[in-house]
Design a protein around this ligand. Sequence first.
Ligand code: NAP
Length: 238
Amino acid sequence: MANSEARKTITFITGANKGLGFETARRLIELGQTVIIGARDIERGQAAAKKLGARFVQVDIANDDSVANAAKDIQSHEGYIDVLINNAGILGAHGPVETLTGPEAIELFNTNVAGIVRMTHAFVPLLKKSEHPVIINVSSGMGSFTLTHDPKRVESTFAAPLYTASKAAVTMLTTQYAKGLSDIRVNAADPGYTATEFNGNTGTQTVTEGTDAIVALATEGPEAGTGRIIDRFGTVGW
Ligand SMILES: NC(=O)c1ccc[n+]([C@@H]2O[C@H](COP(=O)([O-])OP(=O)(O)OC[C@H]3O[C@@H](n4cnc5c(N)ncnc54)[C@H](OP(=O)(O)O)[C@@H]3O)[C@@H](O)[C@H]2O)c1
């Protein structure tokens, strides 16, 4: 691609109508990227896109057809993307661990885990048209064996089997896709405990702090490497 150095980086973010996804979009636009806002709800997505001055594409990551249609839409409008940020996620069922059910586990894994598989499947062809393609999966320290067993860390103070298992799977998906997709850098970000609707705004970081790792992965050079999980302070133990 002769003019690839001159063209703007195009980034697609799922779940960008609020929280960490919205703040990531705001920061990347400020840094000069062309950001496409993904959201499952048309009204919420359009409202966010209007605020940010971005294009909105509807995507429900829990639905095969919706993800395939989002990829078709971007194929026909932009033709490619450079960065895919798999941010959308849910906390899912929680409470006394013995009350959690199989259907609740399937619902959570369908969004947080199968959602990333769906998005990767649909968007790799668009990413392969980029000179330096990047996938960023928004995982969590709650999916880290190291952090959930470190008494000094807030992640060790919760018992949340479904969410933590889903994020451990997101981290493993990241390292496995990194192995299998040798021409795409695939990395994961742990935002850290951040005040959003996700946790009833109990998180101790601001959304700007919570997006530092995502923004770093979306703006670093191609030499930075693949198969990593980082937070805003550096490498996260798995
Ligand atoms: N906040 C934290 O402390 C924290 C820490 C570590 C990791 N994370 C991770 O960071 C990511 C973003 O979390 P957040 O704190 O920004 O949460 P949030 O404010 O609840 O935002 C979540 C976003 O995901 C979207 N979403 C949920 N299910 C979806 C689906 N099936 N298809 C498309 N979009 C969907 C939501 O859309 P609606 O508005 O339509 O519901 C919303 O835009 C999640 O993956 C979360 O697990 C958060």
